[in-house]
Write a protein that binds this ligand. Structure first.
Ligand code: COA
Length: 165
């Protein structure tokens, strides 16, 4: 029985992430999505809000009964070990992602020699999306319906209207 972990900050979850989740689910018997903190990035949504949005988004696209979604505030290597996963899944969008993922993977491997990462190439349709692009487009009133599920669109509209000056 193969078990994998897909971690990310998901601020917010996009169809790009969902594409990786759907494909990883076909490869591994069990997939756990972990909503985590990236202390180097300012976040629009809280950890609890991001966690709730991932659950709602997976429900909206019909993936909810196959995947466990957790929120975790801590080191990725500790979580991976605690859950006993064989691999951590990450998506690669372009060559620019490689340097960052390389550093992440080697640091995690240094912290835990048993740590293994598996990379999936993001589908072409989603290769240009990122959570910050989605936040930026929406904050200027642009249409993000092609990039995120409806529940995320609604949460963005609500959050950005509240944080508007
Ligand atoms: N399609 C579209 N966009 C994608 C994508 C895909 N398939 N995969 C990633 N992205 C985007 C995200 O939207 C995000 O965009 P943004 O930078 O505009 O917000 C960006 O790529 C990276 O996001 P993500 O994959 O969530 O990574 P992250 O760098 O925000 O967080 C963690 C990575 C959470 C795994 C990492 O910070 C972590 O391990 N944190 C826990 C603490 C820890 O262990 N630190 C030590 C790490 S060495």
């Amino acid at each position: 029985m193969t078990k994998a972990l897909y971690p990310g900050s998901f601020d917010p979850i996009t169809y790009g992430h969902i594409d990786i989740i759907r494909r990883a689910r076909k490869i591994f018997d069990e997939l756990i999505v972990a909503v985590m903190r990236n202390p180097t990035k300012p976040m629009l949504f809280s950890l609890e809000e991001r966690h709730r949005l991932v659950i709602e988004a997976l429900r909206e696209v019909g993936l909810d009964d196959e995947i466990t979604v957790i929120a975790h505030d801590g080191l990725l290597v500790h979580l991976a070990r605690q859950l006993g996963v064989q691999a951590v899944v990450r998506g690669l969008r372009a060559s620019t992602d490689f340097e960052y993922e390389f550093q992440l993977s080697l640091t995690n491997r240094d912290l835990d020699p048993e740590f293994e990462s598996v990379y999936l190439m993001t589908s072409r349709d989603f290769s240009f999306i990122s959570s910050s692009i989605v936040r930026q487009v929406r904050s200027y009133g642009g249409d993000v319906s092609r990039f995120v599920p409806k529940c995320v669109e609604r949460a963005l509209a609500e959050k950005l209207s509240r944080s508007a000056p």
